[in-house]
Design a binder for this molecule. Structure first.
Ligand code: PMP
Length: 404
């Protein structure tokens, strides 16, 4: 069988399970509104949680940065790609995390996927055991596969199961690796208790705060600020393509850990540095995140979350036969668990007909039988926007119930 026949058979199998993924082209727009096929859609799917990507100050800063630094960085950071803008970003982040990690220092990456690969593969050597939370993001799972460490998975948020695994480990270095906010469920990892376990068993805690950075904590510094944590055992990964409205990522940790990443993380050493104009604009983004605009957007997110959850609970009550449910989420990620793959895609299609873009998420991204609408809120959504979503969902639910 040729490779093309082999792949065609695999593609047919994906399609038979209603699992084909499709790229949708946005012709213009920024969250929460974009135009697709000439139709304006109200989006509940962007991770641009504060709506910063649309801020004129960000576009101005990119233009200013490009005039000063040009387009790309031209080389990896250790060759010639490291600019004063890159350094100002990591200096700011080191200052932000100083209250949470003694001797904090930060290092930048082009994406969160890269940052996770770097930290887990560089620290996860033969002497190490990685304790990986069951619902971790794909990039952490891939990173653990690539590391030379032993990998042990523990069930979601189940510290009673993690404890004996840590106790039984004979590894010289133990790394507990977890998302802070789970990307498909929206719930928070029990970070204070994980840190206690890390202290008890001399382990280190790698926290992927992709969905907490900018959103959680009074100043938007994420889950460490939210929980008021401080420990040299904390190794924080933050991403800058979501609430920061741009792109990139960072690791903030004790200076010795960061220095080791600089010396040893292959995807830091062998990959072109991010464009300096983006780094320059990140400085503006950081000012917005910690200033009054960021605070107002975070307050609006909390209000819209409450409105959405109340509405979704009422919807589930009206249509018990559909068997829909919510997760235990107190973040802008508010999934509606529907169950079947075909059902969730039909629901997403019905919402799109009503002018709303909400993605259906299916296995293998989530467990079989838990396909869901992944509703995400943006700090610029209005009360009327959330009402529009709830009204369209009520209509779609009534139609699905009739058809069932
Ligand atoms: N970690 C988590 C929890 C994520 O949700 C994502 C992105 N979806 C990443 C890491 C990867 O970040 P990036 O998109 O910057 O590569």
């Amino acid at each position: 069988m040729s490779l093309l026949d082999h792949l065609s058979a695999k593609l047919a199998a994906i399609s038979a399970q209603s699992l084909t993924r499709k790229l949708r082209r946005a012709d213009d727009g920024t969250a929460p509104r974009q135009t697709i096929n000439g139709r304006p859609l109200l989006m509940f799917c962007s991770n641009d949680y504060l709506g910063l990507a649309a801020e004129p100050a960000i576009a101005d800063a990119i233009a200013e940065g490009a005039r000063r630094w040009g387009g790309g960085s031209g080389a990896s950071p250790l060759v010639s790609g490291h600019s004063a803008a890159h350094e100002a970003v990591t200096d700011t982040l080191a200052r932000w995390y100083a209250p949470h990690v003694p001797e904090a220092r930060a290092i930048g990456f082009c994406t969160g996927y890269m940052a996770n690969l770097a930290v887990v593969t560089a620290l996860g050597d033969e002497r190490t055991e990685i304790f990986s939370e069951q619902l971790n993001h794909a990039s952490l799972i891939d990173a653990a596969r690539l590391a030379r460490a032993k990998v042990t998975r523990y069930p979601h948020a189940d510290l009673a199961s993690l404890r004996p695994l840590l106790a039984a480990s004979t590894a010289k270095v133990k790394l507990i690796v977890t998302d802070a906010v789970f990307s498909m469920d929206g719930d928070l990892a029990p970070l204070p208790d994980l840190l206690k376990l890390a202290d008890e068993f001399d382990a280190w805690l790698i926290v992927d705060d992709a969905h907490g950075f900018g959103v959680l904590g009074e100043k938007g510094r994420g889950s460490l600020e939210h929980f008021g944590l401080n420990s040299e055992r904390l190794i924080l990964v933050g991403t800058l393509g979501k609430a920061a409205g741009l792109s990139g990522a960072f690791v903030a940790a004790h200076a010795t850990i960061v220095e080791y990443l600089l010396q040893a993380a292959r995807n830091f050493i062998f990959s072109t540095a991010s464009p300096p104009a983006i780094e320059h604009a990140l400085l503006t983004s950081f000012e917005l995140i910690e200033g009054p605009l960021g605070a107002a957007r975070r307050a609006n997110l909390v209000a819209r979350q409450a409105q959405l959850r109340d509405g979704l609970l009422a919807l589930i009550d009206h249509h018990p036969r559909l068997g829909w449910s919510l997760t235990d989420s107190a973040t802008p990620i508010q999934p509606l668990i529907v169950g079947g793959n075909a059902e969730v895609m039909a629901l997403a299609a019905a919402l799109e007909t009503a002018g709303l873009r909400v993605p259906g998420i299916r296995p293998p991204t989530v467990a079989h039988g838990t396909a869901r609408l992944r509703i995400t809120l943006c700090g610029t959504h209005t009360e009327a926007d959330v009402d529009a979503l709830l009204t369209a969902l009520e209509r779609a639910a009534a139609a699905q119930e009739q058809a069932a």
